[in-house]
Ligand binder design. Structure first.
Ligand SMILES: Cc1cc2nc3c(=O)[nH]c(=O)nc-3n(C[C@H](O)[C@H](O)[C@H](O)COP(=O)(O)OP(=O)(O)OC[C@H]3O[C@@H](n4cnc5c(N)ncnc54)[C@H](O)[C@@H]3O)c2cc1C
Length: 273
């Protein structure tokens, strides 16, 4: 049964400062961005929180801007905005490739990068790109700002280091040297949750991240080291197999995910050589 909306409260902050004050003084509040994940829970009747904070009108969280070598992407940037941004297309083609595979146009118009990060699904399609590109998550509360590497952001299945009084305000992307690569394997081309999703950067020190093969998105540190050390593809595939921990679920089996991960690693290596 759907969650009854009559029991829910939605607070409408006037600014980011106001939103952070509400989180501090009126919490606990659940932030709402594009609501594409939250609506699914609403529809399934599993939405447990009753008090919400609507971020959608906070345009200051929507900016995509360069600051020196850093590209700062506001948490409210939608997939459509990422796809259409010339600076994102130029600097982060893998993120654009990921954004294009997320949902369909309706979801791309509403779904936000911050929502994908905060939702913390190991199948979140933007996450391997952020991990492979060494993104930094910018968290802000009424008392200050802190920056957390995306590789340290997740502590377990849908668990993060974010505190209840904090919001993700932006993601900072350093300049990525090397060729970026992204591939998602799902049941069909659109509106499919990933069975396996992988992103890589091919450089002297290759970088690799995989989603849907463990409780959180995985940075394949050992596979990277093997590739950097000149290991054969077969050897690197063996190392990758030891780094991932896929499970059987309704979308796929662990065995299939292991085979697809090995195949994607081969594709990454061949297509970026
Ligand atoms: C039909 C459909 C298809 C989909 N397809 C895909 C897909 O292919 N790939 C994929 O990865 N995802 C997919 N999704 C999931 C979803 O669209 C994405 O995860 C999206 O990025 C969520 O963003 P949002 O702004 O809608 O988040 P919301 O639903 O608004 O929020 C999601 C969670 O993040 C929290 N949150 C949001 N913004 C912030 C913030 N700034 N600070 C702190 N917490 C915050 C919320 O409290 C909530 O817990 C799909 C969803 C649907 C309904």
């Amino acid at each position: 049964m759907r969650t009854a909306v009559s029991d829910l409260t939605l607070l409408e902050p006037r600014s980011l400062k106001h939103a952070l004050a509400l989180l501090r003084d009126e919490g606990p509040l659940t932030p709402v961005a594009g609501c594409t994940d939250l609506y699914v829970s609403l529809n399934f009747g599993t939405l447990s929180a009753t008090r919400y904070l609507n971020l959608w009108s906070l345009d200051e969280l929507r900016r995509i801007e360069r600051r020196g070598h850093i590209l700062s992407i506001g948490a409210l940037a939608t997939y459509t905005e990422l796809i259409e941004s010339s600076v994102v297309r130029r600097r982060l083609p893998a993120l654009v490739a990921a954004a294009k595979t997320i949902g369909g146009p309706q979801i791309q118009n509403r779904g936000t990068l911050g929502g994908n990060i905060a939702n913390g699904s190991p199948a979140g399609d933007s996450l391997p790109v952020l991990v492979a590109c060494d993104a930094v998550v910018v968290l802000r509360s009424a008392v200050g700002t802190r920056r957390v590497s995306v590789t340290s952001f997740y502590t377990g299945y849908r668990q993060t280091v974010m505190r209840p009084d904090e919001l993700i305000v932006a993601v900072e992307m350093p300049q990525v040297k090397g060729r970026q690569w992204f591939r998602k394997v799902g049941t069909r081309a659109a509106q499919a949750i990933s069975k396996v999703v992988m992103a890589g950067v091919r450089s002297e020190r290759p970088r690799l991240a995989v989603g849907s093969v463990g409780p959180t998105v995985i940075r394949a540190w050992n596979t990277e080291a093997a590739l950097a050390g000149g290991a054969s593809l077969v050897e690197a595939q063996r190392v990758l197999d030891s780094e991932i921990a896929p499970i059987d679920d309704l979308r796929s089996t662990a065995d299939y995910r292991r085979r697809v991960s090995a195949n994607l690693l081969a594709r990454f290596w061949e297509e970026t050589s």
